[in-house]
Design a protein around this ligand. Structure first.
Ligand SMILES: NC(=O)c1ccc[n+]([C@@H]2O[C@H](COP(=O)([O-])OP(=O)(O)OC[C@H]3O[C@@H](n4cnc5c(N)ncnc54)[C@H](O)[C@@H]3O)[C@@H](O)[C@H]2O)c1
Length: 252
């Protein structure tokens, strides 16, 4: 049956940043496809709210902590091990500091790098043995169109981290294919989430919308089918790809 290609019955999905806008939408769709969930985040109230929403659909384990903290990473690894090993890993942790380049410091870059790239690398590295042991796995990274095609003001450091994540997606896909592990990414334009809401719905809203041919920001629902595709056997012959979901912004 065609719909079996999209089944995740009994699989374990870890969504880092699963308390946030995009991560929560990813967790919801993976759960709907049958996965058991582990979600993480560094905002305790937001994490509790996410658990409240998701636990109506099935079992959810929530782990609160800072992704740069080794003890938190170890807790994620031991929890997923206890639950049978991770089958699907969605890395949706991310943060932003917008500022003109001339005002940016090395400390700003270090902060963004440590969250957006360093923590993703370290955690993924620690979890890969669980996938290697199964001979199968799906990793999905949250990249961005500013990590490759588009250059935008005030976001150079964020762009550096997402550019690295994009190339990490491709390089790791090549190295991990022999273990049956597929690595792909999503590269959205603006998605309306807690990270962006105040910024995009500001006096500059029309300016931001004017470069999007479909004339709207993405909603988290616009990303859900891509999560379903990359997490399930439907995409088993696809690896190292970063899917742009941007309302046509990068067409120009
Ligand atoms: N919203 C957009 O327009 C957009 C566009 C392209 C890419 N992205 C990327 O998508 C991902 C999700 O973004 P979002 O819009 O859902 O943001 P969000 O702010 O709603 O969620 C971010 C999540 O990351 C977690 N997080 C942040 N710093 C952390 C840390 N140090 N330790 C542990 N957890 C931490 C937060 O708790 C939250 O769960 C990010 O990687 C972001 O860069 C977002």
């Amino acid at each position: 049956m065609f719909r079996d290609l999209f089944a995740l019955d009994g699989k374990l999905a870890l969504v880092t940043g699963g308390s946030g806008g995009i991560g929560r939408a990813a967790a919801q769709v993976l759960q709907e496809l049958g996965a058991r969930l582990v979600i993480t985040g560094n905002n305790e109230d937001q994490l509790k709210e996410a658990v409240g929403e998701l636990s109506t659909g099935g079992d959810v384990t929530a782990l609160y902590g800072d992704a740069r903290d080794g003890d938190h990473v170890s807790e994620i690894v031991s929890t997923t091990e206890r639950l049978g090993g991770v089958d699907v890993l969605v890395n949706s942790i991310g943060t932003q500091r917008r500022m003109p380049l001339l005002e940016a410091t090395g400390a700003d870059l270090e902060f963004l790098w440590s969250v957006n790239m360093g923590s993703v690398f370290t955690l993924t590295q620690r979890l890969l043995p669980q996938m290697v042991a199964k001979g199968y796995g799906k990793v999905i990274h949250m990249c961005s169109i500013v990590g490759s095609v588009v250059a935008v003001e005030d976001k150079t450091m964020y762009a550096i981290t997402k550019g690295a994540l994009t190339q990490y997606t491709r390089s790791s896909a090549l190295e991990l294919a022999k273990f049956g592990i597929r690595v792909n990414g999503l590269a959205p334009g603006y998605v309306d989430t807690p990270m962006t809401h105040g910024y995009i719905h500001s006096e500059r809203e029309e300016e931001f919308l004017s470069v999007i041919p479909l004339r709207r920001f993405a909603d988290v629902r616009d990303l859900q089918a891509a999560f379903a595709y990359f997490a399930t056997p439907a995409s088993d012959h696809v690896t190292g790809q970063v899917l742009v979901i941007d309302g046509g912004e990068t067409l120009r």
